[in-house]
Design a protein around this ligand. Sequence first.
Ligand SMILES: Nc1ncnc2c1ncn2[C@@H]1O[C@H](COP(=O)(O)OP(=O)(O)OP(=O)(O)O)[C@@H](O)[C@H]1O
Length: 212
Amino acid sequence: MSRESHLQFSAGTKYATGFSVELAFDAAPGITAIVGSSGSGKTTILQMIAGLVTPLRGSILLGSRTLYSQTLGISLPPEDRKIGYVFQDYRLFPHLSVEANLHYGLARSPDQKLELIQVAEKLQLKQLLKRFPRSLSGGERQRVAVARAVLQSPALLLLDEPWSAVERELRDTMATWIESVVEQLSIPAILVSHDEASVARYAQKIVTLDKQ
Ligand SMILES: Nc1ncnc2c1ncn2[C@@H]1O[C@H](COP(=O)(O)OP(=O)(O)OP(=O)(O)O)[C@@H](O)[C@H]1O
């Protein structure tokens, strides 16, 4: 298998509050889940991968690219990492329609591998394209955030509690679709959750984060 989009993470950090987290794992194309209790540092791990929190030590490699290396003094800015990030609180642009939020993702894709209308259809968003985020339910916002992230054709997808606002049936639909997208793009998706049971059936690999 090509290692072009293989993530190798071995890094740690510490906040001024005293909380520290350290983890080492590899993620091949497909879905890797990181599970751990609330406050164990799952979001912090995603933020280190995305470049929003700077590690204090270690390295983060994506394929042949070094995203972060303490010893080499490299820390790529978030916008150069080619990462699609679905935040726990979605972070949609409130002044843009659903369609414009999705266009934002698509415009950041160099080769536009996915089609907006197909993605909207798969995530049951076609009826919502003219609406604005404030008028959407939590589950609808979550689906828009997932769609916007994958439309970027990222080299890596980060999903923070991606099913928290959707019911079981839709969760299965979304998971199956994410599986097919990561296969099509041949990228790893890192999915974090406090609830192992809700991710175990979709993940090819599970990494456990213990409270440190
Ligand atoms: N920017 C920050 N500055 C200081 N402390 C922080 C910061 N962000 C998070 N923390 C603390 O670091 C710890 C880990 O937080 P993090 O959000 O990574 O955990 P989590 O496992 O994702 O939690 P949850 O499942 O509840 O979302 C928590 O104790 C949190 O209060």
